[in-house]
Design a protein around this ligand. Sequence first.
Ligand code: KMH
Ligand code: ZN
Length: 274
Amino acid sequence: MASTLITVAPTGAETAKADCPALPTTLDELVETAKRCEAAGAAMIHLHIRDGEHKPTLDLGLLTETVAAVRENTALIVQLSTGGAVTDPLADRLRVLDAAPDSCSLTMGTVNFGDDVFMNPWPFVTQLFQLTQEREVVPEFELFDLGHVAALHRLLGKYGLPYGGRVHCDLVMGVPGGMPGTADALVAAVNALPDAVTSWSATGIGRTSLTVALAALAKGGNLRVGMEDTLTLAKGHPVTHNAELVERAAALATLAQRPPMSPDEARDLLQVKK
Ligand code: KMH
Ligand code: ZN
Protein backbone atom coordinates (compact mmCIF):
# COMPACT_ATOMS: atom_id res chain seq x y z
CA MET A 1 0.00 0.00 0.00
CA ALA A 2 1.24 3.48 -0.79
CA SER A 3 2.17 5.59 2.21
CA THR A 4 2.52 9.22 3.24
CA LEU A 5 5.61 11.11 4.30
CA ILE A 6 4.77 13.28 7.29
CA THR A 7 7.19 16.07 8.09
CA VAL A 8 6.90 17.99 11.31
CA ALA A 9 8.04 21.62 11.50
CA PRO A 10 7.80 22.17 15.24
CA THR A 11 9.17 25.66 15.89
CA GLY A 12 9.83 28.07 13.01
CA ALA A 13 11.33 31.50 13.50
CA GLU A 14 8.26 33.68 13.75
CA THR A 15 6.38 32.83 16.96
CA ALA A 16 7.66 34.18 20.28
CA LYS A 17 7.97 31.72 23.16
CA ALA A 18 6.35 34.33 25.42
CA ASP A 19 3.25 34.26 23.20
CA CYS A 20 3.17 30.47 22.95
CA PRO A 21 4.83 28.58 25.83
CA ALA A 22 4.00 25.25 24.12
CA LEU A 23 6.43 26.10 21.28
CA PRO A 24 9.52 23.85 21.61
CA THR A 25 12.55 26.14 21.77
CA THR A 26 15.10 24.44 24.04
CA LEU A 27 17.17 21.41 23.08
CA ASP A 28 15.32 19.24 25.61
CA GLU A 29 11.95 20.39 24.29
CA LEU A 30 13.02 19.74 20.71
CA VAL A 31 14.23 16.23 21.50
CA GLU A 32 11.04 15.43 23.44
CA THR A 33 9.00 16.82 20.54
CA ALA A 34 10.95 14.81 17.99
CA LYS A 35 10.40 11.58 19.95
CA ARG A 36 6.66 12.14 20.38
CA CYS A 37 6.17 13.20 16.78
CA GLU A 38 8.07 10.15 15.53
CA ALA A 39 5.81 7.92 17.63
CA ALA A 40 2.78 9.75 16.17
CA GLY A 41 3.87 9.10 12.56
CA ALA A 42 6.39 11.73 11.50
CA ALA A 43 9.37 10.57 9.42
CA MET A 44 11.20 13.88 8.98
CA ILE A 45 11.71 16.95 11.17
CA HIS A 46 12.25 20.46 9.78
CA LEU A 47 14.25 22.33 12.40
CA HIS A 48 14.72 25.97 13.33
CA ILE A 49 16.52 26.51 16.60
CA ARG A 50 16.48 29.19 19.30
CA ASP A 51 19.12 30.65 21.62
CA GLY A 52 19.06 30.78 25.43
CA GLU A 53 16.57 33.63 25.23
CA HIS A 54 14.31 31.67 22.87
CA LYS A 55 15.26 33.93 19.96
CA PRO A 56 15.87 32.41 16.49
CA THR A 57 19.54 31.69 15.86
CA LEU A 58 21.73 30.07 13.20
CA ASP A 59 24.56 29.48 15.67
CA LEU A 60 26.59 26.65 14.16
CA GLY A 61 27.49 25.04 17.47
CA LEU A 62 23.84 24.89 18.55
CA LEU A 63 22.75 23.61 15.14
CA THR A 64 25.36 20.84 15.24
CA GLU A 65 24.38 19.90 18.79
CA THR A 66 20.71 19.77 17.82
CA VAL A 67 21.32 17.58 14.77
CA ALA A 68 23.32 15.17 16.95
CA ALA A 69 20.71 15.08 19.73
CA VAL A 70 17.80 14.38 17.37
CA ARG A 71 19.82 11.68 15.60
CA GLU A 72 20.71 10.07 18.92
CA ASN A 73 17.14 9.95 20.13
CA THR A 74 15.12 9.25 16.98
CA ALA A 75 15.38 7.78 13.49
CA LEU A 76 13.84 10.90 11.96
CA ILE A 77 15.39 12.47 8.87
CA VAL A 78 16.90 15.72 10.13
CA GLN A 79 16.22 18.68 7.89
CA LEU A 80 17.66 22.06 8.86
CA SER A 81 16.04 25.27 7.72
CA THR A 82 18.25 27.44 5.55
CA GLY A 83 15.43 29.98 5.50
CA GLY A 84 16.08 31.01 9.08
CA ALA A 85 14.39 34.25 10.06
CA VAL A 86 13.74 37.10 7.60
CA THR A 87 16.53 39.10 9.26
CA ASP A 88 19.23 36.42 8.84
CA PRO A 89 22.10 37.29 6.48
CA LEU A 90 22.45 35.08 3.40
CA ALA A 91 25.99 34.05 4.38
CA ASP A 92 24.77 32.69 7.73
CA ARG A 93 22.04 30.78 5.95
CA LEU A 94 24.60 29.10 3.66
CA ARG A 95 26.71 28.17 6.68
CA VAL A 96 23.84 26.01 8.03
CA LEU A 97 25.14 23.18 5.83
CA ASP A 98 28.29 23.05 7.98
CA ALA A 99 26.09 21.34 10.60
CA ALA A 100 25.81 18.38 8.15
CA PRO A 101 22.06 17.70 8.22
CA ASP A 102 20.44 14.92 6.15
CA SER A 103 18.35 17.47 4.32
CA CYS A 104 17.84 21.22 4.17
CA SER A 105 15.13 23.54 2.98
CA LEU A 106 15.89 25.57 -0.15
CA THR A 107 13.39 28.27 -1.03
CA MET A 108 13.12 28.92 -4.75
CA GLY A 109 12.65 32.68 -4.72
CA THR A 110 12.00 35.88 -2.86
CA VAL A 111 8.50 36.33 -1.47
CA ASN A 112 6.59 38.89 0.52
CA PHE A 113 6.13 37.38 3.96
CA GLY A 114 3.44 39.22 5.86
CA ASP A 115 4.86 42.69 6.41
CA ASP A 116 8.40 41.42 5.74
CA VAL A 117 10.33 40.12 2.73
CA PHE A 118 11.84 36.63 2.72
CA MET A 119 14.93 37.14 0.54
CA ASN A 120 16.05 34.38 -1.81
CA PRO A 121 17.80 36.04 -4.77
CA TRP A 122 18.66 33.76 -7.69
CA PRO A 123 22.47 33.79 -7.07
CA PHE A 124 21.80 32.69 -3.47
CA VAL A 125 19.48 29.91 -4.64
CA THR A 126 22.06 28.58 -7.10
CA GLN A 127 24.92 28.84 -4.60
CA LEU A 128 22.94 27.00 -1.94
CA PHE A 129 21.89 24.33 -4.44
CA GLN A 130 25.48 23.71 -5.54
CA LEU A 131 26.53 23.54 -1.90
CA THR A 132 23.91 20.82 -1.25
CA GLN A 133 25.36 18.86 -4.18
CA GLU A 134 28.91 19.25 -2.84
CA ARG A 135 28.00 18.39 0.76
CA GLU A 136 25.68 15.52 -0.21
CA VAL A 137 22.67 17.01 1.52
CA VAL A 138 19.21 16.41 0.04
CA PRO A 139 17.42 19.72 -0.56
CA GLU A 140 13.70 20.15 -0.10
CA PHE A 141 12.60 22.85 -2.53
CA GLU A 142 10.20 25.24 -0.79
CA LEU A 143 7.67 26.67 -3.22
CA PHE A 144 5.67 29.63 -1.92
CA ASP A 145 4.36 30.71 -5.31
CA LEU A 146 3.94 29.61 -8.93
CA GLY A 147 6.99 31.70 -9.83
CA HIS A 148 8.99 29.43 -7.52
CA VAL A 149 7.82 26.44 -9.54
CA ALA A 150 9.13 28.14 -12.69
CA ALA A 151 12.42 28.80 -10.88
CA LEU A 152 12.68 25.08 -10.03
CA HIS A 153 12.40 24.22 -13.75
CA ARG A 154 15.18 26.74 -14.41
CA LEU A 155 17.42 25.43 -11.61
CA LEU A 156 17.16 21.76 -12.55
CA GLY A 157 17.61 22.61 -16.24
CA LYS A 158 20.84 24.46 -15.52
CA TYR A 159 22.41 22.54 -12.61
CA GLY A 160 20.95 19.03 -12.89
CA LEU A 161 19.59 16.79 -10.18
CA PRO A 162 20.16 17.18 -6.43
CA TYR A 163 22.37 14.86 -4.42
CA GLY A 164 20.73 11.42 -4.33
CA GLY A 165 18.97 11.88 -7.66
CA ARG A 166 15.49 12.50 -6.25
CA VAL A 167 13.62 15.80 -6.39
CA HIS A 168 11.43 16.52 -3.38
CA CYS A 169 9.52 19.74 -2.91
CA ASP A 170 7.14 21.29 -0.43
CA LEU A 171 4.35 23.70 -1.31
CA VAL A 172 4.12 26.35 1.40
CA MET A 173 0.65 27.80 0.99
CA GLY A 174 -1.29 30.59 2.63
CA VAL A 175 1.61 32.90 3.51
CA PRO A 176 0.38 36.49 3.12
CA GLY A 177 2.35 37.36 -0.03
CA GLY A 178 2.52 33.84 -1.49
CA MET A 179 0.02 31.55 -3.17
CA PRO A 180 -3.25 31.05 -1.30
CA GLY A 181 -3.93 27.92 0.74
CA THR A 182 -6.70 26.59 -1.48
CA ALA A 183 -7.33 23.33 -3.33
CA ASP A 184 -7.37 25.24 -6.65
CA ALA A 185 -3.94 26.76 -6.04
CA LEU A 186 -2.54 23.40 -4.93
CA VAL A 187 -3.74 21.66 -8.09
CA ALA A 188 -2.34 24.46 -10.28
CA ALA A 189 1.06 24.29 -8.57
CA VAL A 190 1.28 20.49 -8.62
CA ASN A 191 0.29 20.33 -12.28
CA ALA A 192 3.08 22.79 -13.08
CA LEU A 193 5.86 20.87 -11.27
CA PRO A 194 8.81 19.65 -13.37
CA ASP A 195 8.59 16.01 -14.51
CA ALA A 196 11.78 15.38 -12.52
CA VAL A 197 9.91 15.86 -9.22
CA THR A 198 9.70 12.49 -7.48
CA SER A 199 7.76 13.52 -4.36
CA TRP A 200 6.08 16.57 -2.91
CA SER A 201 4.39 17.64 0.27
CA ALA A 202 2.26 20.62 1.13
CA THR A 203 1.63 22.73 4.19
CA GLY A 204 -1.01 25.36 4.79
CA ILE A 205 -0.23 28.30 7.02
CA GLY A 206 -2.64 29.23 9.81
CA ARG A 207 -6.25 28.43 9.15
CA THR A 208 -5.45 26.96 5.70
CA SER A 209 -3.71 23.98 7.33
CA LEU A 210 -6.59 21.51 7.11
CA THR A 211 -7.74 22.55 3.62
CA VAL A 212 -4.22 22.13 2.26
CA ALA A 213 -3.71 18.77 4.00
CA LEU A 214 -6.96 17.40 2.59
CA ALA A 215 -6.21 18.73 -0.91
CA ALA A 216 -2.66 17.32 -0.78
CA LEU A 217 -3.88 13.86 0.17
CA ALA A 218 -6.55 13.96 -2.54
CA LYS A 219 -3.92 14.91 -5.13
CA GLY A 220 -1.52 12.15 -4.02
CA GLY A 221 0.94 14.28 -2.05
CA ASN A 222 2.61 14.16 1.34
CA LEU A 223 2.06 16.31 4.42
CA ARG A 224 4.03 18.82 6.40
CA VAL A 225 2.46 19.99 9.67
CA GLY A 226 3.65 21.69 12.85
CA MET A 227 3.61 24.76 15.02
CA GLU A 228 5.90 26.61 12.60
CA ASP A 229 2.87 26.75 10.31
CA THR A 230 -0.20 26.71 12.52
CA LEU A 231 -0.92 27.23 16.19
CA THR A 232 -4.53 26.08 16.30
CA LEU A 233 -6.30 22.80 15.59
CA ALA A 234 -9.54 24.69 15.03
CA LYS A 235 -10.90 28.08 16.01
CA GLY A 236 -10.55 28.37 19.79
CA HIS A 237 -8.46 25.17 20.06
CA PRO A 238 -4.78 26.02 20.41
CA VAL A 239 -2.22 23.32 19.69
CA THR A 240 -0.69 22.22 23.01
CA HIS A 241 1.95 19.92 21.46
CA ASN A 242 3.21 19.38 17.93
CA ALA A 243 2.30 15.70 18.26
CA GLU A 244 -1.38 16.70 18.08
CA LEU A 245 -0.86 18.01 14.55
CA VAL A 246 1.12 14.91 13.56
CA GLU A 247 -1.57 12.64 15.03
CA ARG A 248 -4.22 14.46 13.01
CA ALA A 249 -2.12 14.24 9.83
CA ALA A 250 -1.52 10.52 10.44
CA ALA A 251 -5.26 9.94 10.95
CA LEU A 252 -6.10 11.78 7.71
CA ALA A 253 -3.42 9.89 5.79
CA THR A 254 -4.66 6.58 7.16
CA LEU A 255 -8.23 7.48 6.21
CA ALA A 256 -6.94 8.27 2.70
CA GLN A 257 -5.53 4.71 2.55
CA ARG A 258 -1.96 6.00 2.60
CA PRO A 259 -0.76 5.56 6.20
CA PRO A 260 2.37 7.32 7.49
CA MET A 261 5.68 5.99 6.18
CA SER A 262 8.50 5.09 8.55
CA PRO A 263 11.72 7.11 8.67
CA ASP A 264 13.47 4.23 6.84
CA GLU A 265 10.93 4.32 4.03
CA ALA A 266 11.34 8.09 3.87
CA ARG A 267 15.13 7.69 3.62
CA ASP A 268 14.59 5.44 0.61
CA LEU A 269 12.14 7.88 -0.93
CA LEU A 270 14.41 10.91 -0.58
CA GLN A 271 17.70 9.01 -0.94
CA VAL A 272 19.33 10.81 1.98
CA LYS A 273 22.94 9.89 2.68
CA LYS A 274 23.30 6.58 4.54
N1 KMH B 1 11.14 31.62 8.54
C1 KMH B 1 10.86 31.96 7.20
C2 KMH B 1 11.36 33.34 6.89
C3 KMH B 1 12.53 27.68 5.64
O1 KMH B 1 12.55 27.19 6.76
O2 KMH B 1 13.33 27.37 4.78
C4 KMH B 1 11.47 31.01 6.25
C5 KMH B 1 11.18 29.59 6.44
C6 KMH B 1 11.49 28.71 5.29
O3 KMH B 1 10.75 29.13 7.47
ZN1 ZN C 1 11.03 26.71 8.22
